[in-house]
Write a protein that binds this ligand. Sequence first.
Ligand code: AMP
Length: 405
Amino acid sequence: MSTSVLVINCGSSSIKYALVSERREDRIFGLAENLGSPEARIKGITTGGQELELSIPNADHEKALETILERLSHHNPQAIGHRVVHGGTLTKAELLTPEIIERIREATPLAPLHNPAHLVGIDATMRLFPHLPQIAVFDTAFHQTMPSHAYRYALPKFLYTMHNVRRYGFHGTSHAYVSERGSQLAGSFKQGGWLTAHLGNGSSTCAIWNGQSVDTSMGLTPLEGVVMGTRSGDVDPSIHSFLASNLGWDIYKIDKMLNSQSGLLGLSDLSNDMRTLIEAADEGNEDAALAIEVFCYRLAKSLAALSCGLPRIDGLFFTGGIGENSALIREKTLAYLPHFGFNLSKENNNALKRGTEGRIDAGTGPQIWVVPTDEEGRIAKETEHVVATLEHATTKKSEAETEVA
Ligand code: AMP
């Protein structure tokens, strides 16, 4: 990478940022959190690996971005890449124009928590840096290669044709990066059939054939699929009418329960954090042990189901906070998949150091790798690609105009 790109990920009360340049070790990154409150602050890593902690009382998104950008302006970023969760049917990263911003706004009903926050960040950076190219990179875009039999729900057709009700998939930048890097490590760059398990506070699985997503566990929203920190993943959709009829719950209460009070937190009645649950289970907490078991079993089930999208399975990549760091979760999950021929090397699995990539199978069966994700790096790369394509098109156009003149 020859330039530096500022990557912005705006949430409802926080902003993650990273200045991505050629060497990963030189990366400057941080998090502005508690925005809009007296406790607003920026925490991160600055030049030379120095820690940064800065209080910005009552700062809103724009003020926080202004502070972040002021501190980074002497690094001369050449472009800004925005992470946008839902791009609707947009299939690739796009230059932010009024039309593209409108398409992001139109996708808001599909990502009501995420897209409005992204739009606030986009609006602020456009006003603060009108001269810099700004690119939107969508979590959904990588999955736009799914065939219709994978992305359609078995619901009345008009819900798809008139209201865009279909499976979209998320965590696309992570699945794209990890499958590309992993297949490169395995010596078959973007070739063959791979499964990815992105396991963090949000988790999803993906099936990738020759570098393209062919199916994924998340759907219309990031609630579908495997068990997550606070999200239920798949449940019988009749839970809505059951809770409404029997407990008198309204749709908002049910939605909140499924998104914020379920998953590992709901099962354990203790925590959404896998580390806490592993420690508690070690100390004999049965609810924590059950939460871990459900997580691994349902994850294995999802991987087995997604394998139907692949003509063959060359291997599996683990990533995300849990996938990269927990040998226990990897081992427990694979224990449910012996009939797929997965053969884990317990020694390699346990020996893998935090944050490192490595192969953990015993040399027979499909390969098994741990590949730390790099969503910021991937967003920066896609941003650079869009900028380079636009520059190339501008040069060609002015050459053609000169010839005509
Ligand atoms: P992420 O959303 O990718 O940052 O991942 C957050 C999740 O990773 C949390 O549930 C953490 O408990 C989990 N995690 C991080 N380190 C470990 C670890 N060493 N063992 C188990 N889980 C971990």
